[in-house]
Design a protein around this ligand. Structure first.
Ligand code: AMO
Length: 445
C-alpha cells in the first residue's frame, strides 16, 4: 500500500485483492476457460429474455457476452455506448465474433451514457447524412468505418515516415504561422500575429527548401491551410501535407522515384492492416506522360476540345486514371512538364521546352494526390522571376538569404494525406475520411 495515496483505505493491514489484468477483445481466444476482465463500450444488446447477448467494443474489436436475466440486471435502462467492465469466462462459440463468447458474466457499469447515440453505431453503415455524421463526430467516429479511416491515415503517415527515414531524410518541424505565403493565389487565411498581419501556412515549401541548405534531405508531416472557397469532395481548408525536399539531384526522375518509394511504403502499410481492400496496382516504374500528351489523350477521348486552355480538370484526371489502369495496369500516373505559368514562382523551368516547367503531379485512381518538381536554386533566378511576376521580394528576404549563400540543385514533392486515404477507400468525399474536417461552413466540432 502506498501511504501517501489518499484513495487507499487506511487502518487495514491487508493488501487489496489483486485485480485481474484487463484482457482485450482480440486476445480472448487465448484465454479459453480462464476468468478474464474486459472493459469497453456497450456496442449493442440483443435481449431475448432468459438468453441475452451483449456486445462490448474495445480498441481491438468486439466481444460477445452471453447473459441470463439476472446477469443483465445492471444493464437495465443503460443506453448503448455506456462504458462497462465485464468479468467472465471465455468459451468457444463459432457464431460469436472471433469464435469466442464470454459466459457467466459479472457486469459493472463504469460510466452510463446519459442518452442513446444519435445514430446506431452497430449497423454496417451509418444511416445519416454526411453533415449530420460530421456534426456528431464525437460519437459517429466510433463507427467501424470511421475508425478504420482514422487507422488508415495513421498507417499511411507511418509508411511515409518510414520510407523517408530509410532514404536518409531528416524529419523537420516548421512554423505554421508565417509572414509570407509560398503557393500564391487567394486561398490564404489571414490572422493577427500580435500586432502584425500574418498567415496560416499554405505549405512548408519555403522552409523545407531553406532546410535543404542545412540537412540536404528533409521531410515533414504537418497541417497546412487553404481558404478554399469551393464546395468539392476533394478540398479541405486544413489538410495534412506529407512533404519531402532533397538536394543534389540530377533530374526530376529522381524526385519521382523518391515519391514512388514513399507511396509504395504507404500502400504496404495500408494493405498490412486492411488485407481485404482491393489491391493497389503499382508498377516498379510509374507510368508517366507529359502534360501535352495528357492533353492529347483527353482530346482523343473528347474530354477537352482542341484549342481550349490547357488544364487538368477533375473529369480529365478521372479519365487519365482509367486510361492508366487500362494501358499500364497502374493505379498511379505521373504527369510531367506542367506549363510554367501554372506553377508557383519557385518552380524550375524546363530549359529545353520554353513555357514548360520541371514540375509534375501524380494521380492516384484518377485524382491528383502529389505535386512536386525541381526548384530554382540561384538567388538571381528568384529575383528575376519575382520581378517578372510582379512579386515584392521583401517578405521573402530570409528565404532568399539561403540562395545567396549557396544552394544545390534540389526539388521535392508534397502528398495530400486525406486525398490518398479517400482514394484508397474509394470514398466519395474527402470529408468522410477526415476526423474533424475543416471546410467553408464548418468550424465545429
Ligand atoms: P499543392 O498545392 O499542389 O503543392 O499541394 C500538394 C498536394 O496537397 C493536396 N492538396 C489538398 N488536399 C486537400 N485539400 C486541399 N485543399 C488541397 N490542396 C492540395 C493534393 C496536392 O497534390 N508546395 C507544393 C508541393 C511541392 O511542390 O513540394 C504544394 O503545396 O494532394
Amino acid at each position: 500500500m502506498n501511504p501517501s495515496d489518499p484513495s487507499e483505505p487506511t487502518g487495514s493491514t491487508h493488501p487489496a485483492p489483486e485485480k485481474l489484468p484487463r484482457t482485450l477483445a482480440a486476445d480472448l481466444s487465448g484465454h479459453i476457460g480462464q476468468e478474464v476482465r474486459l472493459q469497453g463500450f456497450l456496442h449493442n444488446v440483443r435481449r431475448l429474455g432468459t438468453l441475452n447477448f451483449v456486445v462490448l467494443r474495445d480498441r481491438t474489436g468486439l466481444a460477445q457476452i452471453r447473459a441470463d436475466a439476472e446477469e443483465m440486471a445492471p444493464l437495465t435502462a443503460v443506453p448503448d455506448e455506456s462504458v462497462l467492465e465485464v468479468i467472465g469466462t471465455p468459451g468457444t462459440e463459432p457464431r460469436a465474433p472471433g469464435g469466442v463468447e464470454l459466459v457467466a458474466p459479472r457486469i459493472t457499469v463504469l460510466a452510463a451514457a446519459s442518452e442513446p447515440p444519435p445514430v446506431v453505431l452497430s449497423r454496417r453503415e451509418l444511416q445519416a447524412s454526411l453533415p449530420f455524421i460530421l456534426d456528431h463526430a464525437a460519437v459517429t467516429l466510433r463507427h467501424a468505418d470511421r475508425r478504420q479511416a482514422l487507422a488508415l491515415m495513421a498507417a499511411l503517415a507511418e509508411g511515409f515516415r518510414a520510407a523517408l527515414r530509410r532514404l536518409d531524410f531528416t524529419e523537420v518541424f516548421t512554423p505554421k504561422m508565417v509572414g509570407a505565403t509560398a503557393e500564391g493565389g487567394a486561398e490564404v487565411f489571414r490572422l493577427e500575429y500580435f500586432d502584425v498581419p500574418a498567415y496560416l501556412t499554405q505549405s512548408p515549401q519555403l522552409y523545407k527548401q531553406m532546410l535543404v541548405g542545412v540537412l540536404e534531405r528533409v521531410f515533414e508531416v504537418g497541417p497546412v491551410f487553404r481558404a478554399e472557397p469551393h464546395d468539392t469532395g476533394r478540398h479541405l481548408a486544413q489538410y495534412c501535407s506529407l512533404d519531402a525536399e532533397m538536394g543534389f539531384i540530377e533530374n526530376v526522375a529522381e524526385l519521382i522515384a523518391t515519391a514512388r518509394e514513399a507511396l509504395a511504403e504507404m500502400m504496404a502499410a495500408a494493405a498490412a492492416f486492411m488485407p481485404d481492400q482491393e489491391p493497389v496496382l503499382m508498377p516498379d516504374a510509374l507510368p508517366s506522360l507529359s502534360f501535352e500528351d495528357a492533353m492529347a489523350v483527353l482530346e482523343a477521348a473528347h474530354i477537352r476540345q482542341p484549342g481550349e486552355r490547357p488544364d487538368l480538370t477533375p473529369a480529365g484526371e478521372r479519365h487519365l486514371g482509367e486510361w492508366a489502369r487500362t494501358e499500364f495496369l497502374s493505379d498511379f500516373l505521373v504527369v510531367t512538364g506542367y506549363p510554367q505559368d501554372e506553377r508557383p514562382f519557385y518552380t524550375h523551368p524546363d530549359p529545353d521546352r520554353p513555357g514548360y516547367s520541371r514540375g509534375f503531379d501524380i494521380l492516384f485512381r484518377g485524382l491528383e494526390i502529389v505535386t512536386g518538381g525541381q526548384r530554382l536554386h540561384r538567388e538571381a533566378d528568384y529575383l528575376r522571376v519575382m520581378a517578372e511576376r510582379g512579386m515584392d521580394p521583401t517578405p521573402f528576404g530570409a528565404y532568399l538569404e539561403a540562395f545567396r549563400h549557396g544552394m544545390p540543385p534540389h526539388g521535392g514533392f508534397a502528398i495530400g494525406l486525406e486525398r490518398v486515404a479517400k482514394q484508397y477507400l474509394g470514398a466519395a468525399n474527402i470529408r468522410e475520411v477526415t476526423a474533424f474536417p475543416r471546410y467553408r461552413g464548418r468550424l465545429a466540432p
